[in-house]
Design a protein around this ligand. Structure first.
Ligand code: GLN
Length: 446
């Protein structure tokens, strides 16, 4: 598949032909990465996760409860894309309501990893990553609440970037946990990631958490020769398995040879990130998902009275979504609110402070994305085991930081291993500069 940069030089006719080719290839691939092939306007086709509104397209967050719901307006990121010569093309599969790490919980069935069809592509933006890595999409948008862009990119051997909280508008993104969610690019390489990030980042009055800090084009200023100070978190790497440790060693060596300065740091045990995230995220999710009542959106399962209609309709949620609604209601209920929710908010501040302390000395942090390569389909049955696999990604969302995941090497079974570079809030430039340098230094080949 041509890169995004190359696609920007193609004519409208060439791009139309490419869309037809992509649709045919996607259907033939058996990856189940696309769940629809709608097209909106002319331009470079960008695959869109099923939780971002594109006017007149179905938008269902991978859920039975939203079947039949058509988006009445464009998300701000979609308006931004269209204004810059890109065209939303195709719907990407995802875990129901972006809750998950494997893309196994979708109403549309399991998505597969192009590197091994018995492997998950990661989640929740698994359709986006599988399509980009599988050569059936040029680039895609995903959303990252606790790792859902970076982790599938790592499992599929492509590049996934989570912007600073507030840098990309959430208007028109179906909310999972509003204080953590960010939309971001999934691409074939770092340069494409910068181009797509530039296209979607903006200040938006329709999102009260949107930042009005000045935006400068990253792609125009990207500099892989800039020398950076990069912190490695020694106690993190101990928690990852052998494949990830090897990739980490490769990356550290490559960064040193490229002239960057490596410093060694430790951070608090990731068990605190997991506990904090699963309290904050489920509390916010419970509140956000209260709107799906059979009256306002999509699917309605009529009962003999209002309460029965609510109950019948909400029974359409899948198991993982129900589990999180229960957890969220529990941590917010009187008597438990202080013990769980308030405490989690305090720990969240401590996590942010810990990152900021490291950023007083370092431009970037190098960290694993996931503790292992992509697991086999069906192997993560225990929800707690699944939650644990988020240990390296969720701190970034709790602290609102930008981070990019890129492929480093493959393990002995040919499965890709990615690592992430984390930056200071609003320092996307350092994140992309470091990532381009690392990409060149490790020279990962598909
Ligand atoms: N795996 C995490 C969760 O299930 C992250 C999901 C996401 O980033 N949307 O909540």
């Amino acid at each position: 598949m041509i890169t995004l940069k190359e696609a920007l030089t193609k004519s409208a006719e060439e791009l139309d032909a490419l869309k037809i080719e992509m649709e045919a290839k996607a259907k033939e691939s058996g990856l189940n990465a696309y769940i629809g092939f709608e097209s909106s306007g002319d331009g470079v086709p960008i695959l869109i996760k099923d939780n971002i509104q594109v006017k007149d397209w179905a938008v269902t967050s991978g859920s039975a409860i939203l079947q039949g719901y058509i988006a009445p307006y464009n998300a701000t990121v979609i308006e931004n894309l269209k204004a810059k010569g890109f065209a939303p093309f195709g719907r990407a599969n995802m875990d129901e309501f972006a809750m998950g790490s494997t893309t196994e919980s979708s109403y549309y069935g399991v998505t597969k990893n192009p590197y091994g069809e018995n492997r998950v592509p990661g989640g929740s933006s698994g359709g986006s990553a599988s399509a980009v890595a599988g050569g059936i999409a040029i680039a895609a948008l995903g959303s990252d609440t606790g790792g859902s862009i970076r982790q599938p990119a790592s499992y599929c051997g492509c590049v996934g970037m989570k912007p600073t909280y507030g840098r990309v508008s959430r208007f028109g993104l179906s909310s999972y946990a509003s204080s953590l969610d960010q939309i971001g690019p999934i691409t074939q390489n770092v340069e494409d990631s910068a181009i797509l990030y530039d296209a979607i980042a903006s200040h938006d009055q329709k999102d009260s958490t949107s930042s009005d800090l000045e935006l400068v084009s990253i792609a125009q200023n990207i500099n892989p020769n800039r020398k950076l100070t990069i912190a490695v978190i020694d106690n993190y790497i101990e928690e990852a398995d052998g494949d990830v440790q090897e990739a980490y060693a490769t990356a550290v060596k490559a960064l040193e040879e490229a002239g960057h300065t490596i410093i060694h740091k430790t951070m608090s045990n990731t068990k605190y990130d997991i506990a904090t995230y699963y309290i904050v995220a489920t509390a916010e999710a419970t509140t956000n998902l209260a709107r799906y009542d059979g009256i306002r959106y999509g699917n309605r399962q009529e009962g003999s009275n209002l309460e029965e209609t609510y109950l019948n309709t909400r029974a359409l949620f899948g198991d993982e979504v129900k589990r999180r609604i229960l957890l969220g209601n529990f941590v917010l209920s009187s008597g438990y609110y202080d013990a769980y929710y308030l405490k989690a908010q305090k720990v969240r501040h401590l996590i942010r402070d810990e990152f900021n302390k490291i950023f007083q000395e370092a431009n970037l942090i190098l960290s694993p994305v996931a503790p292992s390569v992509a697991p086999k389909i069906g192997s993560l049955q225990d929800p707690l085991e699944m939650y644990k696999s988020d240990m390296f990604t969720i701190g970034v969302n709790l602290a609102g930081l930008p981070a990019i995941s890129l492929p480093i090497e493959k393990n002995s079974e040919g499965m890709p291993v990615g690592l992430q570079l984390i930056g200071k809030a609003f320092d996307e430039q350092a994140v992309f500069d470091g990532a381009l340098s690392l990409e060149k230094a490790v020279n990962y080949t598909k």
